[in-house]
Design a protein around this ligand. Sequence first.
Ligand code: NAI
Length: 338
Amino acid sequence: MRKVVLIPGDGIGPEITDAVVRILDAAGAELEWEHCEAGLAALEDGDDVLPEATIEAINHHKVALKGPCTTPVGEGFSSVNVQMRKQFTLYAAVRPVRNLPGVKTRFDNVDLIIIRENTEGLYSGVENEVTPGVVMSMKVATEVGCQRIARWAFRYATVRQRKKITVFHKANIMKMTDGMFLRAADTTHKRDYPNIDYETAIIDAGCMRLVQDPAQFDMLLLENLYGDVVSDLCAGLVGGLGMVPGANFGDNEAIFEAVHGSAPDIAGKGIANPLALLMSAVMMLNYLAETDSHNAHHDVADRIKSAYDLALTDGAKTGDLGGTLSTEEFADAVIERL
Ligand code: NAI
């Protein structure tokens, strides 16, 4: 049994993690969960938003499956997600965005991998009031950070046999920060990966091209904020936030989580789509199969993937995809098809 950390999170987090754990157990995943808290749930239990015990558990087991965590808007505590990514230097967020069978959308040929730099940019959290009525937020880019995400993206493209990387940037305006990000990608491409197709696009025009014809892109490489925003835009191309999984990788640890948040508008109703977290768990199993050289994890991942593809094809869907199933009923539909 491989022990991994499980963080249910806030809002719909506990509902979707319960459903996903049930599916993984039914599929025979050789996993043992170490339950940990983070976010509002931890705060309400009188702990820090990112408790020391959770940090220790992730340090120890190296891999976590995480539900979404709420961050209050405008005031209150700072994001536990940002803290976690910084704590473990999880600098590469990977978000595969693909059409799934049975889910009708405007496009039927979307197959994108988004690589988001996860630790720098405007998420450095350095904000201050210069004088009453004037506030500022610092966008931070480092050469080390820009180069490591560029190398990571090109290495990923090579290993996964992807064809092209497009960098979205705004280096025409942010000449130093986005300029550094762009130069790191340019140099990495020219020096080390000339065989991978490469292009750059100013992000506003890039977004227009994305919503007109997403099939012209293969992999997108973006700094932190652009990656955050474009991930949700791309989710909209394939049916919504319930459809896009994600992983946050550092050199030592990996945390798997859906792109979506804690969805307070539907929390507690039992209607959230567990698919994005389930797909994140499939990514985790494939990662464990590779890092632990344990092929059985690959087999379980394949069985789960086939089962949810089949469930969707048969019309089993939650409300966000136009269906009528509850979170639990969708989980049952997947389990029946394992
Ligand atoms: P959100 O992603 O939680 O929700 C946006 C919309 O999508 C809502 O209408 C919601 O009902 C729907 N939605 C999201 N996931 C869904 C699912 N699995 N099934 C069905 N519908 C789903 O984004 P929002 O409202 O901007 O953020 C809510 C909270 O989540 C905030 O506190 C935010 O900071 C946090 N958040 C946490 C993230 C994380 O933990 N990784 C990521 C994004 C946001």
